[in-house]
Design a protein around this ligand. Structure first.
Ligand code: NBP
Length: 481
């Protein structure tokens, strides 16, 4: 460990809370000299005291010292709280840096902030790289999935460093240049949205195993462990089994039974849904997941509604093994829908902002390091290799066949859950989305008729090009609009 020196650090990290410390250590362990800085110097000293032996660090106290410690072109990674704190740190760095230097924001920033910041710094001759980093604190230390935006030129300087600290799968780094300005933070946002959907689907499966089948928590943990050996193999399914196996030291009960059942959120799921609304992309799985957390957190309303009549239409499934398999298949099919929708949103965002994001690259870099890493992402990668212009993953051969294999189970699960009064918002809405997509005719024709009736909004005909309007308050003849 070195405490001060001339400009020799290949990378600097400012913001040394859990994520920043771990990524700084990851760089150091990979042989880079890392300048470290934090607003309050205590965190810098704590990092160096506990982990200084991980590699070559340069301790700095002020922003001026931090910038001076970096070799040119300077590369400074910001790992602070998203929002105003990030703007404040960017401004301090920008004032101390020179044209050609690179400021990297590795926090969970909103992509529209990244677009704004990139444009402003470009005016000043600086590169700004908004970078999604997924994998939580463990990923940051041992290899996250990294989604950098920004210019091609900045990636040429920065990419090799990021690729060497990223997770590696089959010798391929889980890091790729996503596209200009806000592209990296946009795909990280949608990644988090997909994570919400995946977690909600797993929660619904757990709830059904428990309430529809009456399995105890240990037995459910075993089911998830078993599922993790097959096509559902993923980090989230794996940790589900671990969380379910955990016992509360105080009461001896399963930990899950003493945790308050109100799910919190930091905002990236909500951002994903807001952006999807603006882009007109139906991400129903993600939206249901965000709203399900909101329902769980509506404590006063839940308290007022507990005990309301449920109706009683269905007996509990008699064949535990068969229904467990039904749930597994319903989970897989719903997961296909959630991921397909997330990739639709990325394509729509890429078109809207001119980013040219390659969806196959995303499937590749999400295979390791990140929270949604899963065997299943190999199938998405292959689907985009076979058809880079895919309009929706649900029609690609592997997924079409997987849904064909699951469809009866999927319907049985939704019917049974509904009959028993067990909430399955994400399972049910994913199935409805699928049915909507595959329908030859939708009731949207009626909606168009109503819109024309009350607002003269016009409609198209199935048999002739152009826009038409019916004179609803006149003689009800049709005119061309
Ligand atoms: P936090 O999000 O808790 O931020 C704490 C850091 O921000 C500290 O270093 C703090 O300095 C610094 N900071 C603040 Br707050 N206001 C500042 C200001 N005005 N000027 C300078 N520094 C300021 O840290 P984290 O959980 O390590 O996350 C870092 C980033 O990574 C966030 O954007 C987060 O969303 C993102 N992220 C987190 C995870 C995760 O699993 N936690 C995963 C992926 C991405 P101080 O020590 O002086 O108060």
């Amino acid at each position: 460990m070195t405490t001060n020196d001339s400009a020799r650090a290949q990378i600097g990290v400012t913001g040394l809370a859990v994520m920043g410390s771990n990524i700084a250590r990851n760089f150091a362990r990979n042989g880079y000299t890392v300048a470290v800085h934090n607003r309050s110097v205590g965190k810098t000293d704590a990092l160096l005291a506990e982990h200084g032996g991980d590699g070559d660090f340069v301790r700095t106290e002020t922003v001026a010292e931090f910038v001076a410690a970096l070799e040119k072109p300077r590369r400074a990674l910001i790992m602070v709280k998203a929002g105003d704190a990030t703007d404040a740190v960017i401004e301090e760095l920008a004032e101390a840096m020179e044209p050609g230097d690179i400021i990297i924001d590795g926090g969970n920033s909103l992509y529209t902030d990244t677009i704004r910041r990139e444009a402003a710094l470009r005016e000043r001759g600086l590169h700004f790289v908004g970078t999604g980093i997924s994998g939580g604190e463990e990923g940051a230390l041992n290899g996250p999935s990294i989604m950098p935006g920004g210019s091609v030129e900045s990636y040429e300087s920065l990419g090799p460093l990021l690729e060497s600290v990223a997770a590696q799968v089959d010798g391929t780094p889980c890091c790729a240049h996503i596209g200009p300005d806000g592209a990296g933070h946009f795909v990280k946002m949608v990644h988090n949205g997909i994570e919400y959907a995946d977690m909600q689907l797993i929660a619904e499966a757990y709830n059904l195993l428990r309430d529809a089948l009456g399995l105890d928590v240990d037995a459910i943990a075993d089911v998830f462990s078993e599922w993790n050996t097959g096509e559902l193999e993923s980090y989230l399914v794996e940790i589900t089994a671990e969380v379910l196996r955990q016992k509360d030291a105080r009461t001896g009960k399963p930990l899950v039974d003493v945790i308050v059942d109100a799910a919190e959120q930091k905002g990236t799921g909500r951002w994903t849904v807001k952006s999807a609304l603006d882009l007109g992309v139906p991400v129903t799985g993600i939206a249901e997941a965000v709203f399900a957390r909101a329902v769980s957190g509506s404590r006063d309303q839940r308290k007022a509604a507990v005990g309301l009549v449920s109706g009683d239409l269905t007996d509990k499934p008699a064949d535990v093994e068969q229904f467990t398999e039904d749930i597994r298949r319903a989970l897989y099919a719903s997961k296909i829908v959630a991921y397909a929708q997330g990739f639709d949103q990325i394509r729509a965002g890429s078109i809207e902002y001119g980013w040219n994001v390659q969806p196959g690259d995303l499937a590749t870099i999400w295979r390791g390091g990140c929270i949604i890493r899963a065997r299943f992402l190999n199938r998405i990668k292959e689907a985009y290799e076979n058809n880079p212009e895919s309009t929706t993953l649900v029609v690609e051969p592997y997924f079409r066949e997987a849904i064909e294999a699951a469809i009866d189970s999927w319907r049985r699960v939704v019917i049974t859950a509904t009959g028993l009064g067990i909430p399955v918002p994400a399972f049910a809405s994913s199935l409805s989305y699928y049915d909507g997509l595959r329908a030859e005719r939708l009731p949207a024709a009626l909606t168009q008729g109503q819109r024309d009736f009350f607002g003269a909004h016009t409609y198209e005909r199935v048999d002739e090009d152009g826009k038409f309007h019916t004179l609803w308050s006149g003689d009800r003849s049709e005119v061309r609009a």
